[in-house]
Write a protein that binds this ligand. Structure first.
Ligand code: MG
Length: 218
């Protein structure tokens, strides 16, 4: 069973489902030549793809272009359906940093065919998570910086306030499409600077005041 560990507490929360937002930062939409939409792009990842800080990301045999996407991850703490903004805000129980590893070559091929992104997003070890901080212990301001280093070199470095849709808006929107429950995770999209990783690379991701993680690609 995959769980979320909250800092400053013994509580471990089983992960239920993983909902992801795509195209939530303008400069990232531009770097991939994608269109900006009026509503967030939504897709799912599998719980079996989850690994934790200190573990290894295994390069799948069916790709030569695995990218890092560093993201703020929301932990849902209570059931919400058709939430209004304040209820959506209250449903967020914690924050962490995550890597939504993506097979860009596979994804580009799927996009051309109009197929779902599942194969590009759900391979084993494609979802790396940090420990989480409780929203009771830390009030997110969106002035926090999200950073990713590869072998010590900064590749992604942006403020969370560059998000098009903020966390409460994202929870409000997703809860209008499907019920959210305790233990659900929401990946909120990646800022610019996504790039290819290679076997042997060491990745370090951090969101200021929230959490950090590190891992190696093998
Ligand atoms: Mg992503």
């Amino acid at each position: 069973m995959k769980t979320i560990k909250l800092k400053n507490g013994s509580k471990e929360i089983p992960i239920n489902k993983i909902v992801c937002v795509g195209r939530n930062y303008v400069e990232h939409i531009q770097e991939l030549g994608n269109e900006q939409h009026e509503k967030p792009v939504i897709f799912l990842k599998t719980v079996t793809s989850v690994i934790y800080s200190g573990e290894e990301i295994i390069y799948p045999s069916f790709s030569d272009d695995m990218h890092h996407e560093t993201e703020l991850v929301l932990l849902i703490g209570s059931m919400v359906k058709d939430a209004k903004r304040i209820e959506a805000e209250k449903a967020i129980a914690g924050y962490g940093v995550g890597l939504d590893m993506t097979l860009r070559d596979v994804q580009n091929d799927l996009k051309k065919k109009g197929h779902p992104w599942t194969i590009a997003k759900c391979f084993d070890t494609s979802t790396m998570l940090s420990d989480f901080i409780s929203s009771d212990d830390y009030k997110l301001t969106l002035n926090e910086t999200v950073t990713l280093k590869v072998n010590g070199e900064v590749r992604q470095n942006d403020k969370l306030n560059k998000m098009i849709f903020n966390p409460a808006q994202i929870v409000e929107y997703i809860s209008s499409l499907m019920t959210l429950e305790e233990g659900d995770l929401i990946f909120t999209g990646t800022p610019k600077g996504v790039s290819k990783v290679n076997r042997g690379d060491v990745l370090e991701a951090q969101i200021e005041n929230v959490s950090k993680l590190n891992c190696k690609v093998v």
